[in-house]
Structures are given as structure tokens and as C-alpha cells.
Design a protein. Structure first.
Length: 168
């Protein structure tokens, strides 16, 4: 059974291990190389504490049997008054848990959090080739708003990404 809860500083080591494992996957749809990821456990704990104290941001984790199997975050697009109603969503699910409802549970929980705190817009970027993620977001009411051509260069290949959003 999958449980969703707010992340805590004690989750830092598992979160970092999951991110490192994901970045090591071939053809991962994340615009970050493994050698560029240098977050320490101490800094991750600080970030998690800051998110827990923030009214306009959250990090949620999915657990199964006490193991961390996925995470999502919603962070403000900007501190400017004109943009405070919008957050950016980021999500990752451990490889061995993909296709098992974790992503859907995390997106639903992020939407519920956003509605509870008065967010009006959730936006995200997704690799245009990531059909499974796009379908997941569309099932949860996100719509494609645009395409950023050749926005990402990975392994010498220029890839498009899509801008998607859901209005609440």
C-alpha cells in the first residue's frame, strides 16, 4: 500500500539515494547529469526543513512498507505578487515502482495540497518524448501550453520539452 505524507528532514538520505539512482538510469528524462548532482545530506535536511516551514511550498513523499518510492515538490514560481498564485511541480518515482500508481497518487496529493493553500496554477516541464508522464499529467487535468524546441541537450542530442499546467 502506498502512503503519501509530507517529507521530513529524516528522509534526506533516502531521497538523495533515489535521485542518484534515477540519474544513473540510461536515457533518464531529467535535465541533470549524475556528476552535476552534489547535494549533501546536511543541505537536503536544511531544504526539507525550509519546505516544511513554508506556507507556499511542499515536498511530499510516497512510501511503501517504510521505503521511500517517490517524491514530488511544489515550489513557488516567483516571489513577485503577480506570480504568487503559481507553483512549479517536480516529481520522480523510483524505477521499480513506476507503473504502479505512485505517480498518480503523488500528483493527486500535490493538487489537494495546492487547493488547500490557495494555489491557482500548477505548472511543470516534461520531456516531449516522455509519453507516460504526459498521459499521467493529462489524466490529472494538466494541459499542454507550449513546446520548447531543443530546450535540453543530453548526450549530444537536442530534445524538446513541453510546458504543461493545471488551473485550480
Amino acid at each position: 500500500m502506498i502512503e503519501i505524507r509530507e517529507a521530513a528532514p529524516a528522509d534526506a538520505e533516502q531521497l538523495l539515494a533515489n535521485i542518484r539512482a534515477m540519474l544513473a538510469e540510461p536515457d533518464v528524462d531529467v535535465p541533470l547529469a549524475p556528476d552535476e548532482f552534489d547535494l549533501t545530506v546536511e543541505r537536503e535536511r536544511e531544504i526539507l526543513a525550509e519546505l516544511a516551514a513554508a506556507r507556499d511550498a511542499v515536498m511530499l513523499v510516497a512510501t511503501a512498507g517504510g521505503e521511500l518510492v517517490g517524491q514530488t515538490s511544489c515550489k513557488p514560481v516567483s516571489t513577485r505578487r503577480a506570480l504568487r498564485h503559481a507553483v512549479t511541480l517536480g516529481i520522480s518515482v523510483r524505477r521499480d515502482w513506476r507503473g504502479r500508481g505512485v505517480g498518480g497518487a503523488l500528483v493527486a496529493a500535490a493538487i489537494a495540497w495546492a487547493e488547500r493553500v490557495g494555489v491557482r496554477r500548477i505548472e511543470l516541464n516534461v520531456f516531449a518524448r516522455n509519453a507516460r508522464a504526459i498521459a499521467l499529467y493529462e489524466r490529472h487535468g494538466f494541459a499542454i501550453e507550449g513546446r520548447r524546441r531543443a530546450a535540453i541537450c543530453t548526450n549530444g542530442e537536442y530534445l524538446d520539452d513541453l510546458v504543461m499546467a493545471r488551473l485550480l
